[in-house]
Each structure stands twice: as C-alpha cells, then as structure tokens.
Design a protein around this ligand. Structure first.
Ligand SMILES: Cc1ncc(COP(=O)(O)O)c(C=O)c1O
Length: 368
C-alpha cells in the first residue's frame, strides 16, 4: 500500500509517546483533560436520549436546539453576533480546527501558530498543505501584535490564537487581542480562535477576537468546560461563507456529531453551571500548590493565568522528563509543543492535590 506525502511526514504527538511509555500506576501530569466526572444531569440526559431512541443521524450542522443554545452562548458570553445557521456542531474542537484550516488554506499558504502551542495546530496546518510559521511568544507566553507583525509575509493567510493557552496557561489581554485583530484586518488574515479553556481562567478576562473583527472562526467545545472530552462535542461559528465551506467537509467526513452527545451538550449548555465553578475552584487550589512547590525548589515558572497547565523552565528538560518517567511521573517535554518550547516541560494539574505533591517531591529529589 502507498501513502500520501501529506501524512507520511506528520509526527505522532509527543504527548501520546509519553503516555505509552509509562506504567499504569504512574502519576500523570501529562493529562490534557479535567480529571472530574461529567456532571450527573448531563449523563442522565444522554441515557434518556438512548432510551428515547435518539440514535440516528441528525442535521449535518447539529440539532437546531443545540445550535440555538450555542449561538445564544456566543452572544451572551462572548459578544459574538451569530445565528444558529452560522453554527456547526463538530466532533470536538479538534474537528472544528481541521474544518477551519481545510476550508481557508491553499497549498503553500502560511499559518501563524503560537510556539509553543497546542500540538494539533502544526499537524493540521500541514495536513491542509499549509506552512506552519512559528510565532515566538513574549516573556509571559502571549502573542504580541509586534511579534506577529514580524512574521507576516505576502503568503500569510491565517493566524491561530489560543487564550487561555495550552501548554503555557497564558491569557491574552484585551489590548493584545485588539492589536492582533487590527493587524489581521490590515493584512486580510483569517483568525482562528481556539477558546476551549475559556472558563478556566484565574486572572484577567477572556476576550474573543470575534468581538472586534469579522474575519474570525471561533472554536469552542464542551470538552474542558464540562469534563466531557470523550463525548466529542465541539462547536464553531464564523462568517456565513466560512461556515458554508466548512460544512461541505464536515458533511462528507463526519455526517454529524454523535446524536446522543448533542443532547448531552444541550443539557450542559442550558443546565446548571455549578460544575464550572467547582472545577475552577479546585484547579485554582492546585495551581497554588504546584506554583508553591516549584518556587520552593527554585524552578522558574511564569504564573499561568488560565487552563490547567504550568510551563516551568528546566535545563535539560528532555532528560528530566525521562528521569521523572523512570520514577513514575508523566510530564511532557516543551518541545512537543514547538521548537520554542525547548528548555521547558509542561505540567498538567488535572490530577489530585496529593499527586501534585508527590510528583513535586520526586522532582525535588531528581533536581537536587
Ligand atoms: C488548545 C486545545 N484545543 C483543542 C483541543 C481539543 O479539544 P477537543 O477534545 O474538544 O477536540 C485541546 C485538547 O487538549 C486543546 O488543548
């Protein structure tokens, strides 16, 4: 069998490699998902959907009730003026990212991606036959309009923003977002805004670029907000023409998002929101425990303002990741997120306080 060059040179995610190498009793600081159960009312809604026989295909873009709830959410929380016709419900934010890049990128177009940034940006850009261009980040790991301006060429077509960010926990300020939007308008760039960590924010306020400019494809998901990673529900909005192009790919590659999960997502978006606050509270406590421990062992780390990751500076990061793995602690080397991630490791605090403490005392021994 022969395989396309589009995929042959794509590397397997560095995060997955670390998982596969670890034993089952390892302390996992490599997780990219909340370690909480999906709230019960969401589970119950899905069970009811199955019992009611809601198990067939749905409209390609997603059931109308859910698209109404999503557009209402975008209007209420993000000041994005959108309609149910401009929403696609996808298989997680991952599919929405794929649709956005496939629909907007011509072969050879350059896509500015944060470096370090979420692993899919680089790979999905390459699968769309675009050229990923690393955007080096500021000291506090944000994209700055000045830094972005330096990387724009006549071939630049799009920019991916992710605030709060994986792997750094950085949160873009409103001023930065405005500056980025202005620059994108000046150069006719599409902004792809990945907002999956929107509700996990401890300092500052979440700002959606689509509040300031029209040329934006906004992507979100129930995955992180409601501890629903395995349900595979994401959603996206953008200008009507963009959504029309994206639907063509979604329709043939996916048909629709899972019917049962769509009902569950509707319950998530329209039901009680206490779980968001509870998870936020717990993540904030863990962030404090982790940051205190890092400070005690004199490891430099910018305080993450959102998401559930810290991105400390570690000399010989790759070696330390291996030593930690041998002692039963999974972490991810910064280089898994781009070349500018070197000299760092990503620590996810989507695990118990006790695990964080145990992992930090092992780290202390290794670095002693
Ligand atoms: C920044 C970012 N975007 C998107 C995703 C994928 O989200 P989903 O599980 O909804 O596909 C992740 C998952 O880790 C992520 O960290």
């Amino acid at each position: 069998m022969k395989f396309s060059s589009r995929v042959r040179h794509i590397d397997i995610s560095g995060i997955r490699k670390a998982f596969e190498a670890a034993g089952s009793d390892a302390i996992n600081l490599g997780l990219g998902q909340p370690d909480f159960d999906t709230p019960e009312h969401i589970n119950e809604t899905a069970i009811k959907a199955i019992k009611d026989g809601f198990t067939g295909y749905t409209e390609n873009q997603g059931i109308l009730e859910l698209r109404e709830a999503v557009s209402e959410k975008f209007r209420r929380e993000n000041r994005i003026n959108t309609t149910p016709e401009q929403i696609i419900v996808t298989a997680g934010a991952s599919e929405a990212l794929h649709l956005a890049l496939q629909a907007t990128i011509e072969p050879g177009d350059e896509v500015l991606i944060p470096d370090p940034g979420f692993v899919s940006y680089n790979a999905l850009t390459q699968i769309a036959e675009g050229i990923p261009v690393s955007l080096p980040l500021s000291k506090d790991h944000t994209i700055t309009p000045d830094g972005m301006a330096e990387e724009i060429t006549p071939h630049t077509r799009a920019l991916i923003i992710n605030s709060p960010a994986n792997p750094t926990g950085a949160v873009q300020t409103e001023k930065e977002i405005r500056g980025i939007c202005e620059l994108a308008e000046d150069h006719d760039l599409t902004i792809i805004s990945d907002e999956v960590y929107e509700h996990i924010i401890y300092e500052g306020r979440h700002v959606s670029p689509a509040e300031y400019t029209e040329n934006v494809i906004t992507i979100n998901a129930t995955s992180k907000t409601y501890a629903m990673t395995g349900w595979r529900i994401g959603y996206t909005t953008g200008p009507t023409e963009a959504i029309e192009e994206m639907v063509k790919i979604h329709q043939y590659a996916q048909a629709c998002a899972t019917s049962i999960s769509q009902k569950a997502a509707l319950a998530a978006l329209t039901g009680p929101q206490d779980c968001i606050k509870e998870m936020h509270h717990e993540f904030k406590t863990r962030r404090r425990i982790l940051m205190n421990a890092l400070q005690e062992i004199e490891i430099e780390c910018t305080q993450p303002k959102g998401a559930f990751y810290a991105f400390p500076k570690i000399r010989n990061a790759e070696e330390v990741v291996q030593q930690l793995l041998q002692r039963g602690v999974i972490t991810t080397p910064g280089t898994a997120f781009g070349k500018h991630g070197s000299g760092h490791i990503r620590l996810s605090y989507a695990t118990t306080q006790e695990n964080i403490q145990r992992a930090m005392s092992i780290m202390r021994e290794i670095l002693a």
